[in-house]
Design a protein around this ligand. Structure first.
Ligand code: SAM
Length: 198
């Protein structure tokens, strides 16, 4: 699942995702005071734009140039509060922070024994800031998706186990989706980690 894979996936349709913010982001971030946010695997920017329109300064990061071009094209009204960065977050560090909110919605980060990429992303959260990491419940996902075992990506509950005493876990649960599943999928439930960095 490299840049070519994602560019092809986005390029196969005029618009891949709904453009609406993800339900868990709306639920969990609505009560946060606007600050600096980092959206990991931001795709076409639905979440980043929702945050920016609520006053956040948002950096969206994605491996796909195609997706980022679409995000930037939709951001004319909040161009002064949005930035778009192309990076492969498995190998490259996230943009310089720290950020008051780091959100990852259905972002496929491969599990590695040293957790190096994950730790770089956790380090982007400012003291006092929030980490929101959301995935699909594996019970709703086939054993292979696009030739890849979905269990090879970090699940929110796994990340919760890796957090040290610097963190306070506020939410670590599985919850029914509030929005319809993306076409062609059977996603019924989300897995959610919300943690506060002390
Ligand atoms: C399932 S999509 C979710 C997009 C968006 N968060 C949403 O909920 O609509 C996963 C996104 O992660 C991006 N992505 C996958 N691997 C990545 C990587 N190694 N570094 C940065 N972005 C990556 C993909 O290009 C894609 O936009």
């Amino acid at each position: 699942m490299d840049a070519e894979f994602w560019d092809e996936r986005y390029g196969s349709r005029d618009q891949l995702f709904s453009g609406n913010p993800n339900g868990v982001l709306v639920t969990e971030a609505a009560d946060l005071p606007p600050g600096r946010a980092l959206d990991l695997g931001c795709g076409e920017g639905g979440d980043a734009l929702w945050l920016a329109r609520r006053g956040w300064r948002v950096t969206g990061v994605d491996i796909s140039e195609v997706a980022l071009r679409r995000a930037a094209a939709s951001a004319a009204d909040v161009a002064d509060r949005t930035a778009w960065t192309r990076a492969d977050l498995t190998a490259e560090p996230p943009p310089a922070g720290p950020f008051d909110l780091v959100t990852a919605q259905y972002f496929p980060l491969p599990v590695r024994p040293d957790h190096a990429a994950l730790r770089r992303l956790l380090a982007a959260v400012a003291p006092g800031g929030t980490l929101l990491f959301v995935g699909h419940d594996l019970a709703d996902v086939p054993s292979r998706v696009d030739g890849v075992d979905p269990r090879s990506f970090y699940q929110p509950a796994q990340i919760a186990e890796l957090l040290d005493a610097d963190w306070h876990v506020l939410v670590n649960e599985t919850r029914p989706r509030t929005a319809p599943a993306p076409p062609g999928t059977h996603h019924a439930n989300d897995t959610i980690l919300r943690a506060h960095r002390r």
